[in-house]
Ligand binder design. Sequence first.
Ligand code: CTP
Length: 407
Amino acid sequence: MSEDESRCEAASHQKTVLLGVTGCIAAYKSCEIVRLLQKAGVRVKVVMTEHATEFVGPLTFRSLTHEPVGVGLFDNPSDPIHHISLAQEADLFLIAPCTANVIAKLANGLADDLLTTTALATTAPLVIAPAMNVNMYENGATRYNIGKLHIRGARIIETGDGYLACGDVGKGRLADVEDIVSAVLDELGLSRDLAGKRVMVTAGPTVEPIDPVRYISNHSSGKTGYAIARAAALRGADVTLVSGPVSIAPPEAVRTVRVRTALEMFEAAQEAFGAADIAVFAAAVADVRPKQAAPRKLKKGEADAALGAIELVENPDILATLASSKKRQVVVGFAAETDDVVANAEKKLSTKHADLVVANQVGEGKAFGTDDNQVWFVDDEGVEELPRMSKERLADAILDKALEFVR
Ligand code: CTP
């Protein structure tokens, strides 16, 4: 088969999701939905209501999808029945965010714009992720309309609870984008190879207090661990992320346990490890901590002497301790090295009882805080050097490799 033919065949198997975007402040989150669906190998086309274009311009979606974006019923002179071709092309119609108004129209079969006409014309499964103010969401009319759509076979992704853009607190927040994408992939029957698996990830630095304002820590940004947690959630895993203090937002569809010190991280990791199928230790744990933190700030005059005399004690090695009692857990450790990267990683493989060590070079702008990394996989079978790649791609590569060890 020629390269062109195989490209055509791959394209013909590719699923198409038609993403409907309606007029809601959460419309900006649809951009992330596009990106995550594309990452899962799905082709995305976007259709928007006029109101949605007040929040995000069609050009944004056009740039992200490399596809024309439909807004008006009669915008496409080359295709006078645009809603029918869109309806036929879709393997699934996802509307996210979906306003109360559009839900009401869909529930009653109203079709007065391109989005709602396409929804009426398509036979593809319909997935709806509502987003609105809490009172609109709880209004009997909306509940009734959502119920009608559910009975007719639409999959409704329940809204989240929390702080809403209007200032109210309660239900109505667009569901986590990872949950929306997971539901779509599930509906399309696309493999989510970590479904049913529990993944635990430690990430970020730990901080060990010297006094109420000073601490011992390191440069870890948490990006690698967070990328792994997010990738695992997207692949269907139930994820617990044990995170030291970092400045990045936690992935949405992940249980995040925030800790500060190594002892706190140890306790939280221990709790999650028992039930984990895959445990990834990406945290940069401080090896030592001051035996006793001063209860008040050390003043300038006394700090020099006091800092010089700090008594340090060793922190527990979280990875080595937990992995020494591992049963079915696949254990992935990291080795952050400035020199002899692979040799040191090989030592850590056995001393830490890991199934896989991801070795990387740190220092001089390498690894810590960057968006990409170059690593070696070290296991009992040998050493594999990976090319430099984004931490997102690396996260998937680590999970692919970890899956090979699942017992
Ligand atoms: N690790 C851990 N608990 C510690 C120290 C390290 O769980 N107290 C884990 C890290 O999360 C990582 C692996 O052990 O997965 C190796 O960490 P690294 O910092 O490379 O090595 P250290 O064990 O600290 O040893 P060294 O400082 O001698 O390189």
